[in-house]
Design a protein around this ligand. Structure first.
Ligand SMILES: Cc1cc2nc3c(=O)[nH]c(=O)nc-3n(C[C@H](O)[C@H](O)[C@H](O)COP(=O)(O)OP(=O)(O)OC[C@H]3O[C@@H](n4cnc5c(N)ncnc54)[C@H](O)[C@@H]3O)c2cc1C
Length: 457
């Protein structure tokens, strides 16, 4: 078993970590869920809510919340990794719009359960900014705002603010404008995932920790030399899915890294803004994301760390000096007023990306094995939708969720190594170089156009 991850969020937990039982004998359950992150726990939550008599075991290799769920950027957003055009090709225009609206509603569903179950998560639904700090980014911001209008959404869902309005809300250097959506909350993810585990436990779900699943096939899961017989098996391991031989190329684990600063003085926040704890990103190619935490720090992250050969995942990869340093430089570039601020935490973790960047919920009717994930870094809200959808699938309910276009979506496999390693890392380097070129020469490259297409919009 690995040590619990080090991060701002884990350090903020007030309850000492007590290891739950591990699997020590054969068991028989209705549903075996592999992985105690948001996907696994939301699945258990909705199943128990709908069918209290179900016997459910959650099998976690480490401790509940060990994965990305306990150490992410804390955006509970309505972002979905597949754009509306692509979704409509998989279904139709109306269904694509319904998918986006369901994502909007999902943010409020998470809040509803948090309130109902009295979970303290430092939640603030202040919305989210994507800022533009040069002409190229401005064009992308305007284009995205237009795009949402074309699909029938209003300013209440997605809007554009000019530089004066933007500065008043988020005083970033060189800001030329920003898009804004109200459909996003900032939260402390470790607090949510750890308390959600307790909630489902109190509902009668058995969570086993230090219980690494070695293999699973129809109705059978092997863990710690014990056998678990299960009617349904839910693979909720997201980035770790590629550790299972059969799913090696189903998705790749991509590292996202984060830093947290010391709490900043009120005078500094007066200059920056983000008064409603709005989350923020921008329109560069290599993704960045940030939030103002409840205790007035910046928690700030981004991609850019290398992909590791053979889809390897290792706790040592959570630290990458160059990337963490870049993150601090980027944050200071955006908000020069924080120059000299102390970084108190650096951490990171893997998230899953499928070959076509599409998230999925799939049920194999023959084996009764269910999989959900590949959220491409937008899994805090999406995993809740996955949990509700999986619950409906297992209970054989035909609902508005089970016919959404990501259900039963199959992505093609990633390439074999070394092509995967070469492809992923060179795309990353090209994206980084494109950001440098755009900043220096104020010119969009062919490659960046291709990259934004890849991202879905
Ligand atoms: C640094 C970072 C920042 C991010 N920021 C955001 C954000 O701001 N907003 C957002 O929406 N998304 C964000 N994401 C993505 C989001 O955190 C994930 O999509 C989401 O948490 C995935 O949840 P999950 O339950 O599917 O997977 P995980 O939380 O990764 O859980 C999988 C669990 O499975 C367990 N496991 C693995 N293998 C086995 C096995 N063999 N047997 C038993 N258990 C096993 C793991 O230990 C783990 O606990 C971020 C991700 C990272 C890494």
């Amino acid at each position: 078993m690995s040590q619990p991850p080090k991060s701002l969020w884990w350090d903020s937990l007030s309850t000492p970590l007590e290891l739950r039982d591990s699997v020590k004998q054969d068991l028989e359950v209705d549903v075996a869920i592999i992985g105690a992150g948001f996907t696994g726990l939301w699945t258990a939550y909705y199943l128990k809510q709908n069918e209290p008599n179900l016997k459910i075991a959650v099998l976690e290799a480490n401790v509940a919340g060990f994965g990305a769920s306990g150490r992410n950027g804390g955006w509970c957003s309505a972002l979905f990794p597949v754009g509306l055009e692509k979704l409509s090709k998989q279904s139709n225009r109306e269904t694509a719009i319904r998918m986006q609206k369901t994502m909007f509603e999902t943010v409020d569903e998470v809040k509803k359960i948090i309130d109902k179950e009295k979970i303290e998560t430092e939640w603030e639904k202040g919305g989210s900014f994507s800022i533009a700090r040069d002409e190229i980014q401005l064009q992308r911001a305007l284009e995205e705002a237009r795009h949402f209008k074309d699909w029938g959404f209003t300013d209440n869902d997605f809007t554009f603010y000019n530089s004066t309005e933007a500065k008043n809300r988020i005083n970033a250097s060189n800001i030329l404008g920003t898009t804004f959506t109200p459909h996003c909350a900032a939260l402390n993810p470790a607090k949510l995932v750890r308390q959600l585990a307790t909630v489902v436990e109190n509902m009668g779900v058995k969570i086993f920790e230090n219980s690494k699943v070695t293999t699973f096939t129809k109705n059978k899961v092997l863990v710690n030399n014990s056998k678990i017989a299960a009617g349904f098996i839910v693979n909720a391991t997201e980035a770790y899915r590629s550790n299972f031989k059969k799913y090696k190329r189903a998705s790749i684990p991509v590292y996202s890294l984060m830093i947290a600063t010391e709490p900043l003085k009120p005078e500094i926040w007066d200059q920056i803004g983000l008064r409603n704890r709005e989350t923020f990103a921008d329109y560069r190619n290599v993704i960045i994301y940030g939030q103002r935490t409840k205790d007035n720090r910046f928690a700030f992250g981004g991609r850019g760390a290398p992909y590791h050969y053979g889809s390897k995942i290792n706790q040592s990869f959570d630290q990458h000096k160059r990337t963490h340093q870049d993150l601090l430089e980027t944050l200071t570039d955006i908000f020069p007023v924080i120059k000299g601020v102390k970084v108190t935490h650096t951490w990171g973790g893997p998230l899953a990306i499928a070959r076509d960047w599409a998230a999925h919920v799939t049920l194999d009717q023959n084996t009764k094995i269910i999989s959900a994930g590949s959220y491409v870094g937008d899994g805090v809200g999406t995993s809740n939708l996955a949990g509700r959808t999986i619950s409906d699938l297992i209970l054989d309910k035909n609902t508005n969720l089970t016919n959404l276009p990501w259900v039963q979506h199959q992505s093609k496999k990633w390439e074999i190594e070394p092509f995967r390693w070469i492809g992923v890392n060179s795309t990353l380097q090209i994206a980084k170089a494109a950001d440098v070129v755009e900043k220096k020469f104020k010119r969009e490259t062919f490659v960046t156009k291709l990259l934004s297409k890849l991202r879905g919009h």
